[in-house]
Design a protein around this ligand. Structure first.
Ligand code: PSU
Ligand code: MN
Length: 301
């Protein structure tokens, strides 16, 4: 088979047990070492404790892997030359036998190929501020449009234009479900000023929506936006200030394309003296718990 699925995940999928996909760009390009590998391991433990099977996805030496060993996780976290892989990068990375960390876009594609329906991450990519000029719209939104996977996230960062991201998702036929909220969360904060498409208050109702949508033959992903727990949410004024400075600095330094998001994340982390990183960890754990719950409920339907 062209995809290497770890034995326990293969079994879980065969027996209809709940599996939750996890991306690897968040490890290689989203957080510094060693916090990134601690996060990658802890998030897997959380999913296991909830009663589901975690499946971290990446490309290791040209092999597409669903489920990584602890050593592979450490390598992804440590190595400097790991490529950031979205849809356009597969042919190159696999044929050159390189190692690549998968974005939301690439992770959704692989999850769908092996039959995983629920995926947990921190934040999705979206329409960048100034996209009217730069055309910088994340490939994540195309996969959300095409691939039948539910992505649990904490909304999207306001490094993006959240209003345009919501419009784009509407065009692409993707609903954004607010988990216990009417308002789209903005990653570090619980509020963004933008409405979600619909609010649902339980994993059960979300699983029901997924079954119903795909059962109708309506293809495409579903975004579940899960606000960061109150205790870890950041001061919106401070975080937005850091984001504005980060965007200004990216412009000055001529940062474009796939480098933009990692650059902004790192800048914000440094500017907030690590506070944003702590929040980032907690929201990922919170999303993993909800994703496991949704995967379990989905399996019972
Ligand atoms: N947003 C975050 N953290 C991340 C990413 C986005 O808060 O780590 C990563 C995800 O892997 C996402 C990717 O799929 O960045 C989007 O990159 P781009 O904006 O280049 O499409
Ligand atoms: Mn981009």
């Amino acid at each position: 088979m062209k995809i290497d699925v770890r034995e326990d995940i293969k079994k879980a999928l065969a027996y209809g047990q709940a599996v939750v996909a996890l991306e690897s760009t968040i490890i290689s390009h989203g957080m510094p070492y060693p916090t990134n590998v601690e996060m990658a391991k802890h998030v897997e433990d959380i999913i296991k404790n909830e009663g589901a099977v975690p499946a971290t996805i990446a490309i290791i030496n040209g092999v597409i892997k669903v489920g990584l060993t602890p050593d592979e996780l450490t390598d992804l976290a440590k190595e400097k030359n790991v490529l950031k892989v979205s849809k356009r990068d597969f042919g190159y990375v696999v044929s050159k036998k390189m190692t690549g960390a998968t974005t939301v876009s690439a992770t959704m594609l692989i999850a769908n190929m092996v039959g995983i329906k629920v995926f947990a991450t921190g934040g999705i990519g979206g329409v960048h501020r100034g996209a009217q000029e730069t055309f910088d719209i994340s490939r994540d939104l195309e996969e959300l449009s095409n691939v039948d996977v539910c992505v649990v996230c904490a909304g999207a960062k306001s490094i993006l234009d959240l209003g345009l991201t919501m419009e784009y998702l509407e065009t692409k036929g993707v609903e954004v479900i607010g988990y216990q909220t009417d308002e789209l969360p903005a990653f570090y904060t619980r509020k963004s000023g933008h409405q979600v498409t619909y609010r649902l208050d339980s994993a059960e109702e979300i699983a029901d929506l997924l079954k119903t949508k795909w059962g109708l033959g309506i293809s495409g992903g579903v975004v579940v936006a899960n606000p960061i727990p109150e205790a870890y949410s950041q001061d919106p004024h401070e975080i937005n200030q850091a984001i504005d400075i980060a965007i200004e600095s990216a412009k000055k330094q001529g940062i474009t394309g796939k480098k933009t998001t990692p650059f902004l994340l790192d800048f914000i982390k440094t500017h907030t003296k690590g506070e944003s990183l702590k929040a980032n960890l907690e929201l990922v754990y919170n999303n993993a718990r909800l994703a496991a719950e949704i995967a379990i409920k989905y399996g019972e339907k």
